[in-house]
Design a binder for this molecule. Structure first.
Ligand code: DX5
Ligand code: ZN
Length: 222
């Protein structure tokens, strides 16, 4: 298959009182991306972090920043997140009327365009505009909180998405987000995901280097 695998720690599970130090530790652990979860208390029943925090992180790391906007009306904020330094921006299918328009809006800022889908959402709408995207994000928990149990049905969805992309010779990243740990990352990779978000799976472990290496070992050779 020879797909490039990327591990994306979600800083939602980091210690925000020591965020700079946490970022140094995940850099040293060999993280490929920093997953940045934005919640507005409206699209999801929780509020997290936003533009000023992303901007501060941009100033202290060269790792790509992967902004996951779990917000209503994301089109109002795409430019601000790109300006603050997001390298990729995911918006939710469930929050957008016109996926092609928002994908074009994201790409116009220079960021990579991604559409996310919730566990209940049919992937057809996102697949219909896959040619205009850089990534599809498949939620494997209900968005809003870190530390939830993995919804294993999401593996079938990833399989169907990857199959469809391959049939159309579209080489997009497929990111899986929610409940990813060292013991299920290989299942996600086998199903066709190549970007793995992990919050509590990494930050809940005392040694980030050890857990990231263990995750990489699990997917090596897939
Ligand atoms: C959930 C967020 C996830 C979350 C992942 O709404 O989008 O990125 O932080 O955390 P874990 O890996 O603990 O499920
Ligand atoms: Zn996320």
């Amino acid at each position: 298959m020879n797909r490039v695998f990327k591990i994306a720690p979600s800083i939602l599970s980091a210690d925000f009182a020591r965020l700079g130090e946490e970022i140094r530790r995940i850099e040293k652990a060999g993280a490929d991306l920093i997953h940045f979860d934005v919640m507005d208390g409206h699209f999801v029943p929780n509020i997290s972090i936003g533009i000023p925090v992303l901007k501060s992180i941009r100033a202290i790391t060269r790792l790509p920043l992967d902004a996951h906007l779990m917000i209503s009306q994301p089109e109002r904020y795409v430019a601000a997140f790109a300006e603050a330094g997001a390298d990729s921006i995911s918006v939710h299918t469930e929050a957008c009327h016109d996926l092609s328009a928002i994908a074009a809006q994201i790409r116009k800022t220079g960021a990579r365009a991604s559409i996310a889908i919730n566990p209940e959402t049919d992937p057809d709408r996102v697949l219909a505009c896959a040619g205009e995207l850089d990534m599809i994000l498949v939620m494997s928990v209900h968005p809003g909180f870190a530390g939830q149990g993995f919804i294993s049905d999401s593996l079938d969805k990833i399989r169907a998405i990857r199959r469809d992309l391959e049939r159309r010779k579209l080489d997009l990243d497929v990111e899986i987000d929610g409940g990813i740990k060292a013991d299920n990352i290989a299942d996600a990779a086998e199903a066709g995901a190549n970007v793995f978000v992990s919050g509590s799976g990494i930050f809940g472990h005392p040694d980030y280097l050890e857990i990231v290496c263990r995750m990489r070992d699990q997917i090596a050779g897939i």
